[in-house]
Design a protein around this ligand. Sequence first.
Ligand code: S3P
Length: 448
Amino acid sequence: MSGHGEAQPMISAKAGALSGTALIPGDKSISHRALIFGAMAVGETRITGLLEGQDVLDTASAMRAFGATVTRQGEGAWSVHGVGVGGFREPEDVIDCGNSGTGVRLIMGTMATTPITATFTGDASLRKRPMGRVTDPLSLFGTQAWGRKGGRLPMTVIGAADPVPVRYALPVASAQVKSAVLLAGLNAPGETVVIEREPTRDHSERMLVGFGAELSVEKGPEGHVITLVGRPELRPQTVAVPRDPSSAAFPTCAALIVEGSDIRVPGVSQNLTRNGLYLTLVEMGALIDFENPREEGGEPVADLRVRFSPGMKGIEVPEERAPSMIDEYPILSVVAAFAEGRTVMRGVKELRVKESDRIDAMARGLEACGVRVEEEEDVLVVHGMGPGGMPGGATCRTHLDHRIAMSFLVAGMAAKREIAVDDGSPIVTSFPVFEGLMNGLGAAIRRG
Ligand code: S3P
């Protein structure tokens, strides 16, 4: 669990031209879900390409605590013997989800309609994050939750003994909330309906269908109406986890801003609920070729060739694109600092409740590196300084946030002077091989 250990300062110096192939580990969202859906199926689910980041390992431990048998059989190869829908047993101890909002929220949903009690906690970052967005809709099933002020962890959840199905319109665009409600709906009789105005990542819907649940999605005037028929018998699956487009963003963006770079990033998801960053980069003038479009692990993917792109211009990022690139704004704001002109990111207030307040963390760090930014509750504006223009020479605070740490280490690769981060230890939550992979391409990242 990140943030429980020592801070790990890291430093990134100017890199030479990047070259080679970046083999990105498995998708974090799909890895959590593969373990959780596997635990809900009766029989053995086999997973390949599982992300072995700390967030996912914490979810694996949690599934064991609820009664599933989860074993690692080789690198990225895992087996889950599930207990069936409604088959969770009561854990003997507190469930520690470490740094992972996805882990804790999906697991709360999964146990919410089984008559057991579980207490959840996490690291200092997760204990600050709001859980009411999940426990409010879960209470409609009959679930009770008692947490700290503001719906914060540690929190005890008492599953509903006689759950009723729910119809819930999401008040925020959140795949975690959507998934928690659908997972709770699995053990409620009848139809559970979730309505989302803007589409968010749809891995839960795709995997529920794959595991044999009856689920339909209709587009209506209210948005996407997702209907799940409760109490299915989920059938175990073989899940091949595709590579994580959110992790792929870091070497991709590094190659765009480091002079002379030319790299390949194979198997990057083109799922429309995940590819907003890549659309945005192309609009800015990034030199990215999308080769070999195909399906991998049930997701549309392409192989990327990415080249140094000195002609990038700042743009207004369409607000409605936010859910499809919500985790990518930190690294986009770094690219924006190396483009010409202003990049305006609106409709981004959800960034304030991620692993850190990402608007504040990026704004303060970029300012420390000599970049002009403007910030409102729901807006971040970065004034680009052109290729190689960022002065750097600062230490940026990461606030236990892996994506903030990786974003500033990428910035250091192209800035005039080195950039340090006060704590790179959270990188293990999502991209444990980041340092070696980036240095293999030509980065000069070292421990401080
Ligand atoms: C995730 C959903 C997003 C994203 C997170 C992963 C998921 O969170 O930021 O990294 O796997 O469902 P929200 O649902 O809170 O937007």
